[in-house]
Design a protein. Structure first.
Length: 81
């Protein structure tokens, strides 16, 4: 399963919780990536790959990358579609 986790107001609210979630998901064979509207200059640090959309809607950006997300975890779903 590919799980997309938002950074701002999601991961950043409780990094310890999400770090454990990422580790547990990876241990079970899933992939967690951070998909953020921010751009590269922000330099988000997480224990998973970070994908910067630079303001582009997340679903559209991931589709362009050829990645199909199974689960989105985001405090602001409007940024996805």
């Amino acid at each position: 399963m590919l799980i997309a986790l938002d950074f701002g107001k999601t991961y950043s609210r409780d990094p310890e919780l999400w770090n454990k979630f990422i580790a547990d998901a990876n241990a079970r064979g899933h992939e967690v990536v951070c998909v953020t509207l921010r751009d590269l200059e922000y330099a988000v640090t997480m224990p998973c790959k970070v994908i910067y959309t630079a303001g582009e809607k997340k679903l559209k950006y991931m589709t362009k990358l050829g990645r199909s997300v199974d689960i989105w975890i985001d405090d602001w779903p409007a940024t996805i579609v």
